[in-house]
Design a protein around this ligand. Structure first.
Ligand code: PRP
Length: 215
C-alpha cells in the first residue's frame, strides 16, 4: 500500500522462519480442521503485517503519561475483501491488525470440471475510488478467482489493490500478469505447478474444505 502504485504485478514473497513453520502445519495432510484454521489465522497475521509495510501514514501527537510522543496512524482506512469461503479464515487476523478496516465480501466457487470461477456473492461498497483494498484468499491456483474479484473492485473505481495469499502456482502469477492491472501480491510461497485438476502441487489441498469441510 504505497503512495503511488506503479503499474503491473509486484510480488512480495514472505519467506521467514515463522511463516515457513505455520505453512508446514497447513501443508501437512494430518492437520485437522481446527488446527488448520488456527495456523491459517496465525500465518495471515504475518502476511498482513508485511502487506502494510509501506502503507502511507498520517502523523499525530500523542500525550503519554510522561510527555508528548510523535506517533502515526494509517493514512487511510483499507477495505478487506475475503474471497469466500477460504478467505474467511484470514479475516479475523487482518481485522486484529487493522481494526478500523471495512469489510467487503466476494463469493466465488471454482467449477470442479472447468476450474472457471462462478460468482455467488458480491457485497462491496459501490465507490472504492481512492480506497486501499486488500483481497484475502489463501490459494492462487489458476488465478481465475482472484482476477474475477479484482475486476469487481476495479469496476467500482479501486486502483490501490493488494492481494494476500498463502500459496500460489506459477500459472496463477502468469494469470495476474495477463490480467494487466496494477496489483501488489503478498504471498507465503510459490509452489511448483498445477496438476491436471488445477490443484497447486505440492500446495496444501483445498483451503476451503480443510477449514470448513467439503462442500
Ligand atoms: C479456491 C481458493 C480460491 C480458488 C483458487 O476456492 O480458495 O478462491 O479456489 O483457484 P483459482 O486460482 O484457480 O481460481 P474454491 O473455489 O475451492 O471455493 P472455497 O473457498 O469455497 O472452497
Amino acid at each position: 500500500m504505497t503512495d503511488t502504485p506503479s503499474s503491473g504485478l509486484h510480488v512480495r514473497i514472505v519467506d521467514h522462519p515463522l511463516t515457513r513453520a505455520w505453512l508446514s502445519v497447513l501443508r501437512d495432510e494430518a492437520t485437522d480442521n481446527a488446527a488448520f484454521r488456527n495456523a491459517l489465522a496465525r500465518l495471515a497475521q504475518m502476511l498482513v503485517y508485511e502487506a502494510f509495510a509501506d502503507a502511507p501514514e498520517r502523523p499525530l501527537q500523542v500525550r503519554t503519561p510522561v510527555g508528548e510522543a510523535s506517533c502515526s496512524r494509517l493514512a487511510s482506512t483499507p477495505l478487506f475483501v475475503p474471497v469466500l469461503r477460504a478467505g474467511l479464515g484470514m479475516l479475523d487476523a487482518a481485522l486484529a491488525a487493522v481494526p478500523e478496516a471495512g469489510i467487503g465480501l466476494v463469493g466465488v466457487a471454482r467449477d470442479e470440471t472447468t476450474a472457471m470461477p462462478t460468482e455467488y456473492l458480491a457485497s462491496l461498497p459501490q465507490d472504492l475510488t481512492g480506497r486501499p483494498v486488500c483481497v484475502l484468499d489463501p490459494m492462487l491456483a489458476t488465478g481465475g478467482s482472484l482476477a474475477h474479484t479484482l475486476d469487481l473492485l476495479v469496476a467500482r473505481g479501486a486502483t490501490d489493490l493488494t492481494a494476500i495469499c498463502v500459496v500460489g502456482a506459477p500459472e496463477g502469477l502468469d494469470a495476474l500478469r495477463a490480467w494487466g492491472g496494477s496489483l501488489r501480491l503478498v504471498i507465503g510461497a510459490v509452489d511448483e505447478r498445477l496438476n491436471e485438476a488445477k490443484f497447486i502441487v505440492p500446495g496444501l489441498g483445498d483451503a476451503g474444505d480443510r477449514q470448513f469441510g467439503p462442500r
